[in-house]
Design a protein around this ligand. Structure first.
Ligand code: GLC
Length: 548
């Protein structure tokens, strides 16, 4: 594969790393992470093999949805620094060849945003029409995003005697995309951050931008997204839009648009949910089926694969029986679950920190066709905090060293927004410093995976074929790009297995790219012996490519 052909579409093979500046690294001892701290840590991310940082919202916020409630789109929350510090962080990242994308949260604002403060003051406010108002909420019942915390998507505003719409919390009024002025505001926000150097956006809550009443063109609900794409192209053609579209694959297709007219990349929520079903059953079948049925998308577009992210592990795309299976296995306590659909735990505790299972899961993450995304702290196997914190349970301070506050801050525990993990997951046991120096650590394994992934571009670019290895415990998948094929076999069960692979075509050479430690020596390619939770990656090519 000629890298020059593919580098324009850099997101197809990116290694994404999501972090919250607030909880990543405090540089001045006030207990909050900040941009100066992040800047100091960029070399650590480079060493891990990250090629694109995704920053969760860092703009001014009353923090009632962990920053997803923005009160000023054009600046930085004072706790985290200022715009100068943001530019420095982006510059240092770029210097290391790392791109930076930020969250674009424009479905709603905080109710403290000056637009809404004005809009709710009077029906004649010039910002009134920036939001969606009705005399009466529509009769049609809509599915709530936060069941148990909200009972409706409409909130009555006493002063002006109308209801405003909020897809999420009642303190997050929805913006009104039917209003061309709102669309211009969104364009300016995008233009501003592109000018400061960001390389694209993780677009928050995309289906809500197109599937609600009050959008500009009821006949063509995607027109807003296309407008955003066109604007981004005009300003910065290489910038990427990575969308949060938590729907089934077929429905997601609409959000790619035709040939680069909407999103470039979308998170693959369904595959994540099926992967956890497969892990809980110790059977590969759910994963094999979902991959085989995943629609192919054209070259510009792709999928972002993840195990855990900053929200709950969403099982809403599974059927009820499947969801209960995953709950029973990975979230046995009711308080580990949220909104009836998700799990608020990190991966390591869910897999009992078993190195074999963790490695299997990460080997899957990096070998499934798409761009892998790691949520901060997952690379060292951090644990979740108390589930009383809701989604905040997985958003604790990053653990850099063995000190009591994990090197996150020199402050005192009482100043921290969220506590540092204790017990088996305390920094003394789980931290970057120690793991970087240990070739057997999870951090080192993930660095190896990132390096193999980056030197194996056919994983993301190739055409997918799921083989039948004759054993439901094994996933055998391959991706072919030109005359090179990548093959991976994964045993999801604890028992050793023998998987049968399809015979190789005449004149092909096989190179092993990666395998689980202690793997049995290989004989015939068609007979793959794998230990419990074992895996192996190959490249098949006409002439042996040297494996990096
Ligand atoms: C997205 C974010 C989530 C947030 C919501 C509202 O789903 O991932 O954390 O609560 O949007 O902005």
């Amino acid at each position: 594969m000629n890298p020059a052909d593919t580098s324009d579409l850099w997101w197809r093979t990116a290694v994404f790393y999501c972090l919250d500046v607030e909880t990543f690294q405090d540089s001045d001892g006030d207990g909050h992470g900040d941009f100066a701290g992040l800047t100091r840590r960029i070399d650590d991310l480079d060493a891990l093999g990250v090629t694109c940082i995704w920053l969760m919202p860092f703009q001014p916020t009353p923090e009632r949805d962990d920053g997803y409630d923005i009160s000023d789109f054009y600046s930085v929350d004072r706790r985290f620094g200022d715009l100068g510090r943001v530019v420095e962080a982006i510059r240092v990242a770029h210097d290391r060849g790392i791109r930076v994308v930020i969250d674009l949260v424009v479905n709603h604002t905080s109710d403290r945003h000056p637009w809404f403060v004005s809009a709710r003051r009077s029906r004649t406010s010039r910002f009134r029409d920036y939001y969606v108002w009705r005399d009466r909420p529509p009769r049609k019942k809509e599915q709530l995003v936060f069941p148990g915390e909200e009972t409706s998507m409409w909130e009555y505003d006493e002063r002006t005697e109308q209801y405003f719409r909020h897809s999420f919390y009642r303190h997050q009024p929805d913006l009104n995309f039917a209003n061309p002025e709102v669309r211009s505001e969104v364009a300016r926000i995008i233009g501003f951050w592109l000018k400061l150097g960001v390389d694209g956006f993780r677009v928050d809550a995309v289906p809500f931008l197109v599937t609600r009443e009050g959008i500009a063109d009821e006949q063509d609900p995607h027109s807003f997204l296309r407008e955003v794409r066109r604007f981004v192209n005009r300003r910065e053609a290489s910038a990427m839009l990575l969308g949060e579209v938590g729907l089934a694959h077929q429905e997601q297709l609409d959000y790619f648009g035709d040939e680069g007219t909407e999103l470039d990349l979308q998170f693959d929520f369904l595959t994540t949910a099926k992967l956890f079903l497969a892990l809980s059953r110790q059977q590969a079948t759910p994963l094999a089926e979902v991959l085989a049925s995943r629609p192919t998308v054209d070259a510009r577009h792709g999928w972002a694969i993840f195990l855990r992210h900053h929200d709950e592990l969403n099982l809403g795309l599974l059927d009820d029986a499947e969801k209960e299976e995953v709950f029973a296995r990975f979230a046995p306590d009711e308080d580990q679950r949220i909104y009836g659909r998700g799990i608020i735990r990190r991966l390591a505790p869910m897999l009992e920190s078993d190195p074999r299972r963790l490695r299997l899961a990460y080997s899957l993450l990096f070998s499934l066709p798409g761009a892998p995304m790691i949520f901060y702290g997952e690379e060292i196997g951090m644990g979740e905090l108390s589930t009383d914190l809701g989604r905040g349970a997985v958003r604790g301070p990053m653990q850099w060293d063995a000190g009591p506050l994990g090197g996150f801050t020199t402050s005192t525990p009482s100043k921290l927004r969220r506590p540092v993990a204790g017990g088996a997951y305390a920094p003394a046991h789980v931290n970057v410093h120690d793991q970087r120096r240990d070739p057997e650590s999870l951090w080192s394994f993930i660095a190896t995976l990132a390096s193999r992934y980056r030197s194996t571009p056919e994983i993301a670019w190739g055409d997918l074929h799921v083989q039948d290895p004759g054993d439901p415990r094994v996933l055998a998948h391959q991706t072919t790009y030109g005359d090179v094929t990548f093959i991976a076999v994964h045993n999801l069960s604890a028992e050793p297995v023998t998987a049968r692979l399809e015979p190789l075509a005449e004149g092909r050479t096989v190179t092993v790219l990666l395998e689980s430690s202690g793997s049995a020596p290989q004989g015939e390619h068609t007979e793959q012996l794998l230990d419990g939770y074992g895996f192996r990656w190959f490249r098949v090519s006409p002439d042996a490519w040297s494996a990096a």
